[in-house]
Design a protein around this ligand. Structure first.
Ligand code: SAM
Length: 250
């Protein structure tokens, strides 16, 4: 998968060199290119923003640097053999970023991120590229960040761990919170590791029983308990057909 990020703060994306995403890059599963938007600014002050039409506070990112940047990124990518680009526009007014959306993005061959600053990017930029490729306007939560770079880090990490060959154990995300299938959109319950006792606290005996059926049942009960406590909205949205007889007894 190829990822391009156009930003006025390339250094903000340095974490893409470490941990899981860094390893995915080192293994050739991810090709990440970070570009400085100011390369495509016009004047000697490298201006990329201007006052909003209609008045109001704040500044708006200008069309021309974004248009030239995206045209160049696209041309370079095609020249290097990439195909099927999709634009990912982080914005608090986008669709909520979910595990299902992470899965959808992980199936794209080429994502181009446009993290903005100020009051966002002149709308014409998104409208222009939407005529040429899928555009995902994505919000990572109901709050407002100063810029979209942190959102790019969040989205990239969630997407990268779904790529084949990136996680050491391909099964690792099967039982994750929100995973389709496995836990059927429940939050994951508590997890434990050695030692068996710590500060007088043991671990649930069922986990030592070696009885796979009972362990699976316990995990599902804990997932239901945690989801009911922390995200009752998720429980309400579950298909009633997904509950089994033991769930209903809880
Ligand atoms: N005035 C804009 C609004 O209310 O929708 C907020 C602009 S915000 C200060 C600047 C940039 O940060 C946004 O254009 C976007 O790139 C990014 N951003 C802020 N909050 C975000 C969120 N919850 N999800 C994704 N990106 C976000």
């Amino acid at each position: 998968m190829r990822l391009d990020v156009v930003t006025i703060f390339p250094e903000y994306l340095e974490p893409l060199n470490v941990s899981l995403v860094g390893k995915a890059r080192a293994r050739g599963r991810l090709d990440v290119q970070v570009h400085d938007l100011r390369t495509w600014a016009y004047d000697r002050h490298n201006t990329v923003d201007d006052t909003p039409y209609g008045g109001g506070p704040g500044m708006v990112m200008k069309t021309e640097p974004w248009g030239d940047a995206l045209d160049t990124v696209l041309a370079d990518g095609y020249e290097q053999g990439a195909s099927g680009p999709a634009l990912v526009v982080p914005t608090p007014s986008g669709r909520p970023f979910t595990q299902a959306l992470a899965q959808e993005l992980s199936e794209q061959p080429w994502l181009i991120f446009t993290p903005a600053r100020y009051e966002g990017i002149d709308r014409r930029v998104v409208d222009e590229y939407a005529t040429r490729m899928p555009v995902y306007e994505v919000s990572i939560g109901d709050y407002v960040l100063a810029g979209g770079e942190a959102a790019v880090l969040v989205i990239t990490e969630a997407v990268a761990r779904l790529l084949p060959g990136v996680l050491g154990n391909a099964e690792s995300h099967r039982d994750d919170s929100f995973a389709p299938g496995g836990m059927a959109n429940l939050l994951e319950g508590p997890v434990y590791t050695k030692p068996p006792e710590w500060r007088g606290r043991g671990i649930p005996p069922v986990l030592l029983s070696g009885h796979h059926g009972k362990i699976a049942r316990w995990r599902r009960d804990e997932a239901l308990r945690r989801t009911t406590a922390n995200r009752p909205d998720l429980v309400e949205r579950l298909d009633p057909g997904t509950f089994d007889k033991y769930d209903r007894e809880m």
